[in-house]
Design a protein around this ligand. Structure first.
Ligand code: C5P
Length: 221
């Protein structure tokens, strides 16, 4: 029905940051609040979808009517995403840590002696690219995000091709905008065929609702 444009659809959304452990008390993280991803999950549920929200550690409320899977690390998030498939629509809004500490010490690293401990990093799996490039069981519509601080559109165009997603939501997260962690968002919506829309600054809940309308239109037969 026009009221429930995602009725009968399975939707998977990733949201929030990841925490990448250094030792039992320390981790690497980022400023993602999870607000945009959670808003998309809520809007998809509102639109009638069966939604699984895979969230890193966040301090905001759980959206209503969705199944929540809580994870900490990028590797846990990838495993949770694979477990939640199949889906018609997958939206990768999480700010996944690109790197994790090469060693996750099982005991707290002590501040003894003069030496500062080295922190070497290794690359995390790219969850979006892994799912978007699957030959079997790929969701019909795969949506990525791009948080950029400069040349937002140019970087977004390159990213949509590199990651293999169908749509990309790009936003400027340079510190002046206050997007990262804030309640408003100014986005560009790009598709693989070169389509580009620039939206006015809107509340993240409203961005979520409008994005879900677009996703539903793309999935419509
Ligand atoms: O390359 P970049 O991190 O800017 O790409 C952002 C997009 O890729 C987002 O949709 C994000 O959720 C996804 N991503 C991911 N796994 C990673 C890194 C990014 O799914 N390890």
């Amino acid at each position: 029905s026009p009221q429930k444009p995602l009725a009968g659809r399975r939707v998977l959304v990733t949201s929030g940051p990841t925490h990448e452990p250094i030792d039992p008390v320390r981790y690497l993280a980022n400023r993602s609040s999870g607000r945009q991803g959670h808003a998309i999950a809520a809007a998809a549920a509102e639109a009638g979808a069966e939604v699984t929200l895979i969230s890193g550690p966040v301090a905001i409320a759980d959206p209503k009517g969705v199944t929540i899977v809580r994870v900490e690390t990028a590797r846990e998030m990838l495993a949770a995403v694979e477990a939640a498939l199949p889906a018609d629509l997958a939206v990768f809004a999480a700010a996944v840590g690109d790197w994790r500490p090469a060693q996750d010490s099982t005991s707290k690293i002590k501040k003894d002696g003069a030496a500062v401990p080295p922190l070497s990093l290794v690359e995390n799996p790219d969850i979006l690219a892994t799912i978007a490039k699957r030959s079997e069981g790929r969701p019909k519509l795969v949506v990525g995000f791009a948080a950029e601080t400069d040349s937002v559109i140019a970087h977004a165009r390159a990213k949509i091709a590199r990651k293999g997603c169908d749509l990309l939501v790009a936003n400027d997260v340079s510190a002046e905008g206050g997007v990262m962690g804030g309640t408003a968002n100014t986005i560009h919506l790009l598709d693989r065929d070169g389509g580009l829309e620039t939206w006015p600054t809107l509340d993240k809940d409203e961005v979520g609702r409008r994005l879900v309308e677009r996703f539903a239109a793309r999935l419509a037969p």
